[in-house]
Design a binder for this molecule. Structure first.
Ligand code: CMP
Length: 139
């Protein structure tokens, strides 16, 4: 069955004008955009979004980085969405990302890694709900 994942185009990729190229890769890989917006997180909201990483050494830097500029948030639909999207974006660390993946092409570093992708169906629903209400999601 078709299901959903959640993504963000992060401040590095947005700021360098790579949003269009990244969204093109996403659509060409068969994902349907069912919700999308450009927005900007405060450090506090970034902290809320990434609360699962609160105890990690990179948490503070991550919150500052994610609030450093505008982002695009989107909900995507496809069969096997979560797993297929993680394949499309590649490993968190761009040095380990496979050829042809979004992070291999556009990520700057393990932190400024161009895009986010949910790691489970449960988190996809939570993360999508963080940015969008039910009227903003196409069925
Ligand atoms: P993301 O997949 O959005 O989830 C957590 C984010 O923390 C990750 O992408 C990176 O932007 C950032 N990050 C920074 N350092 C690390 C690290 N050492 N390991 C994992 N994530 C990191």
């Amino acid at each position: 069955a078709s299901n959903r994942t959640f993504t963000m185009i992060k401040p590095d990729a947005f700021g360098e004008g790579n949003s269009g190229a990244i969204l093109k890769m996403i659509e060409e890989a068969g994902f349907k955009i069912v919700a999308i917006k450009a927005t900007r997180l405060s450090a506090k909201l970034a902290g809320k979004f990434y609360a699962v990483h609160k105890e990690r050494p990179f948490y503070n830097d991550l919150c500052n980085y994610m609030s450093s500029g505008p982002i695009i948030a989107a909900i995507l639909e496809k069969d096997n969405a979560v797993e297929d999207f993680r394949k499309l974006i590649g490993a968190t660390n761009p040095e380990e990302a496979a050829e042809g993946t979004i992070r291999k092409l556009y990520a700057k570093s393990i932190e400024a890694n161009a895009v986010h992708g949910s790691d489970s169906d449960e988190n996809a629903a939570i993360e999508g709900g963080f940015f969008f209400n039910q009227f903003e999601i196409q069925s």
